[in-house]
Design a binder for this molecule. Structure first.
Ligand code: MN
Ligand code: MN
Ligand code: ZN
Length: 286
């Protein structure tokens, strides 16, 4: 089972493996650099060697990168847009160097420009970036959002529109976040709602695009559009929703990653992963 959590890279990207290994991750997510900076120190050859050496000591595969929160591919401000594109490019380059296949990012906030203008700008940004990284195998993985503020990507239809406008569709993937889905109004807490949500996902986007799953319970109610993560089973989604997703054979080989609050000892991750594993019914191979 590919199960893990977002791991700190404090001390360098290579240090995440030891942390992940310590708590039994079989996959994990990291930031590719300091998350609050537009551009990080370039990765040296030694950094890359070190990363690969540490990777080999563990069974953590694949690793997923989550983009910096500063990036907004449809920023209205020209300087911010330029910085966002440069930062995205820098992170995709890091993924390539480290051999990381999925770069997860939030589509962007239209900040008053309107949804259609926002989506068009994001697609334009992605087309430029894919052109600049021709031949790279790193996928641009759009995360479904909770739709807080003017965040785009809280409806499958929006993600479809976006992919339609991107020229190189082979570079495109999607990440679902259970908290975001629920807050956006997709009721994955009930069996009926769960089946309908993923039927819609398949009809509108296509399940083959689904490359990463974030497992977070939700503090906010269904459709609240509030993005606040809760420990597994302790929020508004609850045990039933996570049991459904953990036993869904379609998602067996998709990395499932926690982004729930935790302290330095990562005890909360241990607790959440234990709970998730407990949902898995014995008749399913894992
Ligand atoms: Mn995210
Ligand atoms: Mn997420
Ligand atoms: Zn979130």
């Amino acid at each position: 089972m590919l199960l893990g959590a977002h791991m700190s890279i404090n001390g360098g990207v290579h240090t995440a493996f030891e942390r992940g290994n310590q708590i039994g991750c079989t996959t994990m997510q990291i930031f590719s650099k300091n998350n609050n900076q537009w551009k990080g120190k370039p990765l040296t050859d030694a950094d890359v060697v070190n990363y690969k050496k540490e990777a080999k000591k563990t069974n953590i595969k694949p690793v997923v990168v989550h983009s910096s929160y500063l990036i907004n591919l449809c920023a209205a401000n020209k300087t911010t847009l330029k910085k966002s594109r440069e930062s995205f490019l820098d992170e995709v380059e890091r993924c390539r160097l480290l051999g990381i296949p999925s770069f997860v990012f939030h589509p962007g906030s239209h900040v008053g420009q309107g949804e259609d203008t926002g989506l068009k700008k994001i697609a334009e940004s992605l087309n430029i970036l894919h052109e600049q990284t021709k031949g790279y195998r790193v996928k641009s993985v759009i995360e479904v959002t909770a739709g807080q503020g003017s965040n785009l990507g809280y409806r499958f239809e929006q993600i479809r529109k976006l992919i339609d406008m991107v020229d190189n569709k082979r570079r495109m993937g999607v990440c679902v976040d259970t908290c975001h889905l629920f807050a956006a109004g997709y009721d994955i807490a009930t069996e009926k709602g769960y089946e309908q949500t993923f039927r819609e996902f398949d009809d509108i986007i296509g399940l083959k695009r689904l490359l990463v799953i974030h497992l977070n319970d939700s503090k906010g109610a269904l459709g609240s559009r509030i993005d606040r993560h809760e420990h597994i089973g302790k929020g508004k989604i609850g045990d039933n929703g996570f049991s459904l997703i953990m036993n869904d054979k379609r998602f067996k080989d998709i990395p499932k990653i926690l982004e729930t609050p935790k302290g330095a000892d990562m005890e909360e991750d241990v607790m959440n992963m234990r709970r998730l594993r407990r949902y898995v019914k014995r008749n399913i191979e894992n």
